[in-house]
Design a protein around this ligand. Structure first.
Ligand code: AMP
Length: 215
């Protein structure tokens, strides 16, 4: 199964994507995670992407297409993949369709996570992230310790979770990513809307219902 997760920053795509990937036993591919790892490692990709990411801007489509192609062609994705935040512009949606056609595959569904903007700003401005395992936390302060996954890390605020960058990311979503919804609608994609407000378990149950996944 190949599923695109679409929705504004902070809508819960990462968390739900991880659970869905585990449930379907396919990898989750998140361009944001790939880029952050590249920034941490100081690779050429990371150096190219860092400034745009810190500002809350998008990195160029060509960079994303490279990551997308490599990830989808890897044997790990042979049974499918959950694409989290991978499609953020209409050229990227076109590029993904082309890549899948080349690989003889197709998109099974686009899950559109819907949450109102005030809730998103509230969530993102209260989010900290472990500097080791990269898990997000809500309501825990920077400097606290994370021991998930058997390693010890420190919670930090992502640069793009600072107020100015959050506002910028919302604007970028409206201007550049929301047209992707119309693109998929006009290209006959199986697009399902999910109310992303509520507990993790409630939202997960809606995701399963939307995709016809049994418990
Ligand atoms: P995320 O973790 O998905 O919120 O992504 C963090 C940042 O990485 C975004 O604000 C962008 O700067 C960059 N990024 C991730 N995925 C993409 C994409 N598909 N297109 C452009 N930029 C991206």
């Amino acid at each position: 199964m190949i599923i695109v997760l679409l929705g504004p920053p902070g809508a819960g795509k990462g968390t739900q994507g991880e659970r869905l990937a585990a449930r379907l036993d396919v990898p989750k591919i998140a361009t944001g995670d790939v880029l952050r790892a590249a920034v941490r490692e100081g690779t050429p990709l990371g150096l190219e992407a860092k400034a745009a990411m810190d500002r809350g801007d998008l990195v160029p489509d060509a960079v994303i297409m490279g990551i997308m192609k490599e990830a989808l062609a890897s044997p790990m994705a042979a049974r499918g993949a959950i694409l989290d935040g991978v499609v953020r512009t209409t050229p990227q949606a076109e590029g993904l369709a082309g890549t899948l056609a080349t690989l003889g595959r197709s998109l099974d569904a686009v899950l559109l996570f819907e949450v109102d903007e005030d809730e998103l700003v509230r969530r993102l401005s209260g989010r900290t992230t472990c500097d080791v395992c990269q898990r997000p936390f809500f309501g825990r302060a920077p400097g606290e310790t994370c021991t998930e996954g058997g390693q010890t890390g420190t919670l930090v605020r992502r640069k793009d979770d600072e107020p100015d960058a959050i506002r910028k990311r919302m604007q970028v979503y409206q201007d550049q990513t929301s047209p992707v919804i119309d693109w998929y609608a006009s290209h006959g994609a199986n697009m399902v809307r999910v109310d992303a407000l509520g507990t993790l378990e409630h939202v997960e149950a809606r995701v399963h219902a939307a995709l016809g996944i049994s418990r």
